[in-house]
Design a protein around this ligand. Structure first.
Ligand SMILES: Nc1ncnc2c1ncn2[C@@H]1O[C@H](COP(=O)(O)OP(=O)(O)OP(=O)(O)O)[C@@H](O)[C@H]1O
Ligand SMILES: [Mg+2]
Length: 395
């Protein structure tokens, strides 16, 4: 499969004859460029030269930000379509062109309304870079943690649902499952309508694993969002690590604060997720949402979001719901079953805490063969009703 993608990519980039993908983009007129971009929208990513990227970014004059993988610059194509160019920190291994192109080929064919589009890439002797669509409203963290709030709570709820759909697509609908490894508000970008798109998926594959921006067992990620299994040697890391990080993101939406924690221990008494669990245990989630400054009209949704978050951060990866279930639970129209106590890992060491809770685990896992997820929620309405957000009035 990979070999097929590599040869296809090779064919796509090999001159001559010059295929559509390697035309000198900065020399073409507007309509040609429009057509090119339209085709690009259904096709594979374009290979750009370093010279082209330099032109598009006006010699890298506008820095948008920098993260663990490299620096991001603003630019535009000659027809004024705005782009973001991420210049990757390259590890010691400079001979991985084929692998890089194969991975970009896979990621570049991953299209979903809640994933940032990859227009193309550059790979040569000196640089590796990725060219993305430009997201007008930047990253979610800037809106979530800023003093001056432009967005309403409902907007954040929509953002959470859209993000969950994007991750569900990566995990459950792509031909090859993509694990993000770095879900956090900085990697959720907002377009001009504040619609969320997940960024940086597949990046963990493109960069050298040992060139990490967080060195926990050699994997990428950001402290505070890392699932507990990263702290254990030889514990298998699955796609459920993204579900944990997404749960932490949900806590941040409910609390409108960063859940930073000094380390893997539970010494920080003020850790918001733990506080949410304590309030939930006491049956006081509603009061907690009020204390978080959430308006009355939004509190039922916020309470639901907190419950979903408690499910997402279960110690055992198996006990965390798959993202498609998370979408359903966030959208409402299903009855969420009570989450068990999470965060045992803060107080005890060893792999036992990450095992599925005894009694409830079956060999087929938590999802039944017909795809229902009865462990996490129960259907209360017909699928059509839940799709349109119609709920049965309780008597
Ligand atoms: N496609 C884009 N459109 C607009 N701004 C972007 C885009 N991609 C990245 N940015 C901006 O650049 C900043 C840095 O992004 P970058 O991905 O390098 O770092 P990060 O997301 O904070 O960390 P990480 O390395 O874990 O992804 C982001 O916070 C965002 O504001
Ligand atoms: Mg990022």
């Amino acid at each position: 499969m990979r070999r097929a993608i590599v040869s296809e990519l090779r064919a796509a980039v090999a001159p001559p004859p010059p295929p559509l993908q390697v035309i000198q983009v900065w020399e073409v007129d507007g309509p040609t460029m429009e057509r090119f971009l339209r085709e690009l929208a259904q096709e594979k990513p374009v290979r750009f030269t370093a010279q082209q990227l330099c032109t598009f970014t006006e010699n890298y004059s506008t820095l948008l930000g920098c993260g663990g993988f490299g620096k991001v610059y603003k630019g535009q194509f000659p027809n004024a379509v705005k782009i973001a160019v991420k210049v990757l920190n390259r590890g010691a291994n400079r001979n991985i062109e084929e692998q890089f192109m194969a991975e970009v080929g896979t990621i570049g064919r991953t299209h979903h309304i809640n994933l940032v589009r990859l227009y193309g890439f550059c790979y040569d002797q000196f640089m590796s870079a990725l060219v993305y669509e430009f997201m007008e409203n930047g990253s979610l963290d800037k809106h979530l943690f800023s003093e001056t709030q432009v967005l309403e709570w409902e907007n954040f709820q929509e953002i959470a649902i859209g993000t969950a759909k994007g991750i569900a697509y990566l995990h459950e609908e792509c031909q090859q499952r993509i694990i993000h490894y770095d879900i956090k508000p900085g990697n959720i970008l907002l377009d001009s309508n504040f619609s969320p798109k997940v960024a940086d998926f597949g990046l963990a594959k493109l960069c050298n694993r040992d060139d990490t921006h967080v060195t926990v067992t050699g994997y990428r990620g950001t402290l505070g969002y890392l699932a507990p299994e990263f702290m254990l040697k030889n514990f298998p890391i699955t796609y459920k690590c993204d579900v944990y990080s997404f749960g932490i993101l949900l806590f941040e939406i409910v609390g409108r604060r960063k859940n930073t924690r000094a380390g893997g221990s539970g010494e920080s008494l003020d850790w918001f997720p733990k506080h949410v669990w304590e309030e939930y245990e006491k049956g006081d989630l509603m009061a907690l949402t009020e204390a978080c400054g959430i308006e009355e009209k939004d509190r039922i949704n916020a309470e639901r979001m907190a419950k979903v978050a408690l499910w997402c951060v279960q110690d055992s990866p198996e006990a965390r719901p798959p993202m498609s279930a998370v979408v359903k639970m966030l959208e409402g129209g299903v009855e969420i079953t009570p989450p068990p106590k999470p965060f045992h890992y803060l107080f005890s060491v060893g792999t036992d805490v990450l095992k599925p809770p005894s009694g409830s685990w079956s060999s087929s896992g938590y999802s039944t063969s017909d795809g229902t997820n009865t462990y996490w929620y129960k259907e209360t309405t017909t699928p059509v009703m839940s799709k349109y957000g119609i709920q049965v009035a309780s008597s």
